[in-house]
Design a protein around this ligand. Structure first.
Ligand code: AMP
Length: 414
């Protein structure tokens, strides 16, 4: 079954085409046939496309909207010159899986998209005003291009965290705000945390019930997740993705009083302050230079930049605090798993985090740690380390493709 995986932003569209079915899932034989990114939809778009066995093509084209973006992809992958052998027309795409950010309290697992699901997603727009409208654009566009008979499935970023207990998801504000407006922690990056937990099970042979780990998705957006008996029991992002760890441009945890204080001191509006907390804080805000971990590392090596170093130290210190808190909340864990751009590629960050955990018996194998980059997967702790440490490259698209396949075939979801 050829599945088109779509991740739609307001002016961007990321996609993969993955060939999978129940047997391929079982044998881990799913195949990525193509992937790509279209940015700046609405004007002269930047396009990057990679078809299996061919080199990456970078080009530009006028792309009006998400529908035109999907049509562009289909034209590319079905063309005899540029495309995928065996995919000759629209009919060769059998289902579409959408990365969908906010499922609210309604969606605890992936679902086939129908009018009722769309209506509920529209109700949730106020919970995710930046993301859900873009996801819906992708759903409408795919319906127009493929027609109503091609099944579409929504995979929610919040769903994996729907197992959190009340004690973790409620904020200590008057309870009526939860009842009235559903103000609570939802958590995000759930598809990634779920994939990391799945790979941990594959690598260790453990059952779901025996999976007690802390997963660290450290990218431009970052979050930690406490996974007990295979289920999320707490995560660092909250009502929105602003809470928790320090990120590329997001502040993570702060005292909410700062917002009121800044409003009075600087005369900034609430919107301006939230823009600053979302877009000008985190690694960028502290370093004053960049949100990119690679560039910060260069600034330190080449210019001994103090604030670049401070930004990385703070980033690591926050991670350590969350790991410590989660280890206690879980009554101990068996492993810590690093993932996403920074977690997969920055051995110095991993070493700094693990150094703080030495008192717990965490021992990193320095050689393994330095080698485990650029998509490599495996253990980076020594055999006598009390907690194992893993690097597990995330693959949200694979989870989306597999869930889409299972939902379409009415097979049970894991
Ligand atoms: P993501 O959001 O998962 O794509 O991750 C983006 C982050 O990963 C950025 O801060 C990048 O600088 C960081 N990153 C990617 N490659 C490396 C690398 N080789 N060393 C350090 N950080 C990296």
């Amino acid at each position: 079954m050829n599945i088109l995986v779509l991740n739609c932003g307001s002016s961007s569209l990321k996609f993969q085409i993955i060939d999978t079915d129940l047997e391929k899932i079982e044998k881990n034989e799913d195949r990525e046939l193509a992937r790509g990114l279209i940015e700046r939809i609405g004007s002269e778009a930047l396009i990057s496309l990679k078809v299996e066995g061919k080199s990456t093509i970078k080009t530009t084209a006028a792309i009006r909207d998400h529908k035109a973006a999907i049509q562009y992809i289909i034209k590319w992958v079905t063309s005899p010159d540029t495309g995928i052998p065996g995919i000759n027309s629209l009919e060769d795409i059998h289902a579409i899986g959408h990365r969908t950010v906010h499922g609210g309290e309604e969606f605890k697992s992936s679902v086939r998209i129908d009018n009722d699901v769309i209506a509920k997603m529209e109700d949730n727009i106020e919970l995710a005003p930046l993301h859900n409208p873009a996801n819906l654009k992708g759903i409408y566009a795919a319906r127009e291009v493929f027609g109503p008979s091609v099944p579409q499935v929504a995979i929610f970023d919040t769903a994996f965290h729907s197992t959190m207990p009340e004690t973790a998801y409620l904020y200590a504000i008057p309870y009526q705000y939860y009842r009235r407006y559903k103000i609570r922690k939802y958590g995000f990056h759930g598809t990634s945390h779920r994939y990391i937990a799945y790979r941990y099970r594959v690598l260790t042979g453990k059952t779901k019930n025996d999976t007690n780990i802390i997963t660290l998705h450290l990218g431009n957006g970052s979050s930690a997740c406490a996974i007990k008996h295979g289920k999320s029991i707490d995560t660092s992002m909250g009502f929105t993705p602003l809470e928790g760890l320090m990120m590329g441009t997001r502040c993570g945890d702060i005292d909410p009083t700062i917002i009121d204080f800044l409003h009075h001191k600087e005369g900034s509006s609430i919107d301006e302050i939230f823009n600053m907390l979302n877009k000008r804080s985190g690694l960028l805000g502290i370093s004053g230079l960049t949100n990119d971990m690679r560039d910060l590392e260069v600034e330190i090596t080449e210019h001994q930049d103090r604030r670049a170093q401070l930004a990385i130290d703070m980033f690591c210190a926050r991670i350590v605090k969350y790991v410590g808190a989660y280890l206690t909340a879980m009554n101990g864990a068996d492993a810590i798993c690093f993932s996403a751009g920074i977690g997969e590629n920055a051995p110095d960050v991993r070493a700094k985090v693990c150094e703080h955990l030495e008192f717990l018996g965490v021992k990193l194998d320095k050689k393994l740690n330095n080698k485990m980059i650029r998509g490599k997967e495996g253990v980076i702790s020594t055999p006598d380390s009390k907690l194992q440490v893993f690097v597990i490259p995330t693959n949200e698209e694979l989870v989306i493709a597999r869930d889409t396949c299972r939902v379409v075939l009415n097979a049970p979801l894991p």
